[in-house]
Design a protein around this ligand. Structure first.
Ligand code: SF4
Length: 410
């Protein structure tokens, strides 16, 4: 099981996981440090805690997996207990939860000590983990889940994009479909988190492409409160929106676009000293570069002063042109010509319902202004509809000046 923050070691051609997509979205340069350069980060206690708890959850739930579960890909079946090789000398048997003492033994063996800032912090986390697991075990005694898979590693090609992920648990739902569940050890968790979770969305895509049954529900399980935060599966448009975002990440990686994107994430980024955004200029280059920077700054100031002067002069010419009703103003070495740029706008929120009501359907792509104007002029379309479409439009005129270099003879 992979608690949030775990880094998968992948190269640019490898499948994308939820966490690698999220890392790239935050900062492509950081993604490169982690997934291409394979730099490792200092372990943090919080992640070690998550790994330890998830590892015990896996051992605890594995015996409950229903052996008949089969994946849709031939030859690929979910590991049942027989195929699962416990590493900690656990004595697990099918259909049975570990006893309290077995659970604590599993927890001791699975405990990851890395990254805690003090023994006091480590023991605080360890007590918290034991408490969560014991309370969760008691809850499972009351109500047994029916997992068909525990931590399956699922892979898929999502319309050309290879993706993968480890899913904490997949259950058989009440309606015969599948329920996806992800455990969270975080302090706070809300239903909104479950609604907005890209992780759950990617899991839904993975499950839909690996199992024949539909996904019935998505759950983030908050271990501290033992509260399942369940939401309905994502609809088509949410999945398409996510696909576009994952596609942007995939395209960026393929194009080796790894520019740093500084932001709040930099405060917890360990690669700052290596990052071009923060790397220091070598001492022997500083003087020369400082002169260039000063020159750049002076030129920029002049540019801004010129821009402002240009704008004020154009505005004064406009006022004079409006007042006199002229479009050509001669100077001593050229003529200023007043030109206009006209833009028509038809807001789709007004246009689309009109077209739908008229039985013209929602266009697959947003209508261009030219297409709307063609429609307004098209005599084969109902005149009343054309009038109403025309009424949604607004016209914006932008005036600007051009210079005719020749002296105006008129
Ligand atoms: S320091 Fe900031 S900009 Fe640089 S790699 Fe890290 S997150 Fe990205």
């Amino acid at each position: 099981m992979n608690p949030a923050g775990a880094a998968f070691q992948v190269s640019s051609g490898s499948p994308l996981s939820y966490s690698s997509v999220r890392t790239y979205q935050e900062c492509p340069q950081r993604w490169k440090f982690l997934y291409i350069d394979r730099l490792s980060e200092t372990p943090r206690g919080y992640f070690s805690f998550g790994r330890s708890v998830h590892s015990v959850l896996e051992s605890m739930l594995r015996p409950l997996v229903e052996p008949a579960s089969r994946r849709v890909i031939p030859g690929r079946t979910q590991k049942t207990l027989d195929a699962y090789r416990p590493t900690n000398g656990e004595e697990l048997s099918e259909g049975r939860l570990p006893s309290v003492s077995e659970l604590l033994k599993l927890y001791d063996a699975a405990w990851v000590r890395d990254g805690y800032t003090s023994t006091e912090e480590e023991s605080r986390y360890k007590m918290l983990g034991a408490d969560l697991l014991l309370r969760y075990r008691a809850a499972l005694e009351e109500e047994r889940p029916h997992p068909i898979a525990v931590e399956p590693h699922l892979e898929a090609t999502w319309d050309g994009i290879p993706i993968h992920g480890y899913i904490d648990r997949i259950d058989r739902g009440k309606g015969g479909g599948l329920e996806i569940l992800d455990y969270k050890t975080s302090r706070e968790l809300s239903e909104e988190d479950a609604r907005d979770s890209d992780q759950l969305s990617i899991y839904q895509v993975l499950v839909e492409r690996n199992y024949p049954d539909p996904v019935e529900g998505l759950t983030l399980f908050h271990l501290r409160s033992l509260k399942p935060l369940r939401v309905a599966p994502r609809g088509r448009s949410a999945i398409e929106t996510l696909y576009d975002r994952v596609g942007t990440v995939s395209d960026g990686i393929r194009a080796q676009a790894f520019e740093p994107t500084p932001g709040r994430q930099c405060t917890r980024c360990e690669f700052k000293p290596l990052c071009p955004e923060f790397r220091e200029v070598p001492a022997d280059e500083r003087l020369h570069l400082a002169e260039l920077v000063d020159r750049f700054r002076a030129l920029r100031e002049r540019e801004q002063a010129l821009e402002s002067d240009l704008r004020l002069t154009a505005e004064e010419l406009h006022r004079a042109a409006e007042h006199l009703g002229v479009h050509r103003i001669p100077g001593s070495s050229g003529t200023a010509l007043r030109r206009k740029e006209e833009v028509w706008q038809y807001p789709s929120e007004q246009l689309v319902p009109l077209l739908e009501r008229a039985g013209l359907g929602e266009p697959a792509t947003p209508l261009t202004t030219e297409a709307v104007r063609r429609l307004i002029r098209d005599p084969s379309i109902d005149a009343e509809l054309r009038r109403r479409v025309a009424e949604t439009g607004s016209r914006r005129v932008k005036w600007y000046w051009e210079l005719d270099e020749g002296v105006d003879a008129s």
